[in-house]
Design a protein around this ligand. Structure first.
Ligand code: ZN
Length: 613
């Protein structure tokens, strides 16, 4: 199932031709199965556990080394995350110099011991947040290996994403908490140190047993296997849960086909369960209080609505569970779940839930390498959030994507913009990363609807999900789907909008009477070419459109529903900076002429797009 990219027959053929390079450029996916047992000491905030990892090397390569992420080691004075957080021009206020000031009881750590491969001891070197493992024997192509290890950790004070004792009093937000195998794909290893942002995991099944003080309620990734022994709101209706023997409970979760495992735990959590008509169970976990109870009660209505809306528009949610867990430092997405801070107004609480839920599609199921393509996760998630909020929480008038356009255009004009192809940790400023990943990424998708037509883009987005779910698509995969759906070439759109910071600026240069006709001259000022919808509004209120696709599109978008009738279609070769057109109507009859009144084209100087008479 996971291995659809392998074409053994073709591979053999190429090898016979000596085409090793070709064979190696093929796509493949590694796979993992984790079995973990962890014991959490709620007095010391330290935990220890065992991990058995069955690793399938589906690559054509022999692996002599493997790498694990040890994310909690980031929360130590002098770590790469600490230094970067203090020295970046615009620090994240949640981090700043807080890591530098942690005491030994407050730091985080995660250490590994007794690491073996197929029972043979392996030599491992801990380098900050990455464990480099020299294998006692190589893992051959198309083979499985069993890696076993012990781990012990300390949960850091809540600073970034995970940690203990958050500002809202949540005891444990357990994300990035276990030794996690780094991904290896056609671009090689992705053993990035944990500096700030974004993740890339390997698909697999997780079997996790957590032993913790019996007063704690746990919510997060995975289906609880022993609900009637555990209780805490998980038990089936009418079941009497037996009194636990001793002071702890062992929670057993299974999570199939995920690439991460998160859990939140607190003795004060209120746990609510809502079963949707389609069988998906939605869990909410929050600490009741003045600042939470009322809005979290209302949130229970919105989460199922959002799941239903997104399943219809962006692809069917594939799991049987979603858990909204109070914790963390804002909002963060995980497999089948999210950690969100809880003391929020209702619009803010619903907004953050919807955003993190939308990640289930782009981070969770498509699971693009977020470090390399953060905009394909955060941007498309923001795009889906805008639409979902507009549908289930109608508060604002007008264009739901307006905020994303504002964010992108303000970045483009700031001089701080970097191409969206930048690795997320390597953006020079937090602002450049944030506005590119979230805002420009959302604009990419809404503007694509302008280029190929909104309906076509919508169909393409569903096709993208259904074609690439559980396969880590990259930007080319997305563009190819949209090309196939539209019949329009889009390589130029990717190259300009993703790989460069060139901007769009078109203008109406001149409109003049020419007998009983009108002469219109348009101008391209910005360096990025785009197709143009030019709408003429007449004094009688009627409208007509002139459509100017680019020659390099090798096609045209179909007339969009609700758009003014097209009176003229003509290619505009991008090398020409100006284009003059003749309108068969007297200038006297025209009220105004406007480039893209839908405002989906991200023109950075919209002031010169409209002329009124
Ligand atoms: Zn996000």
């Amino acid at each position: 199932m996971l291995n659809r990219f392998k074409k053994p027959f073709l591979g053999l053929f190429l090898c016979l031709l000596g085409g090793v390079g070709f064979a190696q450029s093929g796509r493949f996916q590694q796979s993992v199965n984790y079995e973990m047992e962890v014991f959490m000491d709620v007095e010391t905030n330290q935990y220890e556990g065992k991990q058995k990892l069955v690793y399938s090397n589906n690559s054509p390569d022999t692996l002599y080394r493997v790498f694990y992420h040890l994310y909690y080691n980031a929360f130590q004075p002098g770590s790469m995350m600490d230094v970067r957080s203090r020295t970046i021009a615009d620090p994240d206020r949640r981090v700043g110099d807080r890591i530098a000031n942690l005491s030994p009881e407050e730091i985080g750590y995660l250490h590994v011991s007794n690491l073996t491969l197929n029972g043979k001891p392996a030599h491992a070197i801990e380098v900050g947040t990455v464990l480099e493992v020299h294998l006692p024997e190589p893992i051959l192509p198309n083979s499985q290996a069993v890696l076993e290890l012990d781990f012990n950790g300390q949960v850091p004070i809540q600073i970034r994403r995970s940690g203990r004792d958050s500002a809202e009093g949540v005891r444990y937000s357990m994300s990035q908490w276990y030794p996690k195998m780094a991904n290896y794909d056609e671009q090689g290893w992705h053993a990035n140190p944990y500096i700030g942002r974004e993740f890339y995991g390997i698909w697999g099944d997780f079997d996790v047993k957590i032993t913790i003080d019996k007063s704690y309620t746990i919510g997060g990734t995975g289906y609880l296997q022993n609900p009637n022994q555990i209780g805490h709101g998980y038990e089936d209706e009418g079941v009497t849960v037996p009194e636990p023997q001793g002071n702890t409970l062992t929670w057993h979760f299974k999570a199939p086909m995920v690439h991460d495992f998160m859990w939140g735990a607190d003795p004060k959590y209120k746990h609510d369960k809502v079963v949707m008509d389609n069988g998906i169970t939605v869990h909410h976990f929050f600490i009741p209080g003045e600042k939470t109870s009322e809005n979290w009660e209302k949130l229970k209505e919105y989460t199922p609505k959002a799941i239903a809306y997104m399943s219809e528009h962006f692809g069917q949610y594939p799991y049987k569970q979603f858990s909204v867990v109070q914790g963390g430092d804002g909002g963060m997405e995980y497999a089948m779940s999210t950690l969100v801070t809880g003391e929020r107004s209702l619009p803010s609480l619903v907004g953050v839930m919807v955003h993190e839920l939308a990640h289930s599609w782009y981070h969770g199921v498509l699971a693009t390498n977020e470090s390399l393509y953060p905009w394909m996760d955060e941007g498309f998630t923001s795009y889906a959030t805008n639409l979902t909020m507009g549908a289930i929480f109608p508060r604002r008038e007008g264009n739901v994507h307006q905020g994303s356009y504002r964010g992108y255009i303000s970045l483009a004009l700031s001089g701080l913009e970097e191409p969206m192809s930048t690795h997320s940790d390597h953006y020079h400023t937090n602002r450049a990363y944030g506005s590119a990943a979230y805002s420009k990424g959302a604009v990419f998708m809404e503007q694509l609807g302008y280029v190929i037509g909104a309906d076509v883009r919508d169909r393409g987005l569903l096709r993208y999900f259904n074609t690439w779910k559980f396969k880590h698509p990259n930007v080319n995969d997305l563009i190819r789907i949209m090309e196939k759906e539209s019949g329009i070439e889009l390589d130029w759109y990717k190259e300009y909008f993703v790989y460069t910071t060139k901007t769009i600026d078109y203008a109406i240069k001149e409109v003049k009477a020419n007998g009983d006709k009108t002469e219109l001259t348009l101008q391209r000022i910005g360096l990025m070419p785009m197709p143009l919808d030019v709408v003429i509004t007449y004094k009688d209120g009627s409208q007509e459109m002139i459509y100017l696709p680019l020659v390099i599109m090798r096609g045209e978008k179909a007339e969009e529903a609700g758009a003014p009738k097209r009176i003229h279609t003509e290619d505009w070769p991008w090398v020409n900076l100006e284009k003059t057109l003749v309108i068969d109507r007297n200038l006297e009859t025209i009220q105004f002429i406007e480039i893209d009144p839908s405002k989906r084209m991200a023109d950075v100087q919209p002031e010169n797009n409209k002329v009124e008479f």
